[in-house]
Write a protein that binds this ligand. Sequence first.
Ligand SMILES: [Fe+2]
Length: 238
Amino acid sequence: MALGSLRRKALLDLGGNGGRLGLGLVRGLKTFTLPDLPYDYGALEPVISAEIMLLHHQKHHQTYVTNYNKSLEQLDHAIDKGDVSTTVKLQSSVKFNGGGHLNHSIFWKNLAPVNEGGGEPPKGSLGWAIDTQFGSLESLILKINTEGAALQGSGWVWLALDKEFKKLSIETTANQDPLVTKAATLVPLLGIDVWEHAYYLQNVITMQYKNVKPDYLKNIWKVINWKYVSEVFEKESP
Ligand SMILES: [Fe+2]
């Protein structure tokens, strides 16, 4: 993730007894910027329209980044002041906006234009793991789509690697909760955004999703970047 830096110096006097052993400590507060998409806004058409991709990236994702930075700055001030009440209060904003930034950063990498391998089935160890555990890729997709369609409200459906049990796992999270909020041992391999903002405006001639989430879920597999998913799986597999 792109990192900016908003630095503030704090001087800690660690001398004790009024001594002069003051140590300068540079306390860095990292800020985040919107990552570029690895493809053009229109590159996933007709599965996802350029209009959706542009709004999703420049408006929605940008808002999570902006609000995450604001929350971190407020949190830093609250910690400095020893303001426990505000520190605790800010946790939900950190989770929501930080989660939104984290989840969308994964989501963009989970997609690829068809002419760059989008939709090509996974091979190698991930393909083998899917076949072994779910019977086939089609069966896995059906399960993920069923879970995603059944998710109440806004959220995400995930294919995860469960490092504790050494197996693949289908998970859902509400709102912008990142997968790590379910278990620290779950590694996100593939996350599908099932917020309405991900598909509602779709308007590319024959593919009109509007509020029809199952159609969005059915079609998104045509642009899933299994190559990327496989790389994460191989890197994270115990
Ligand atoms: Fe989204």
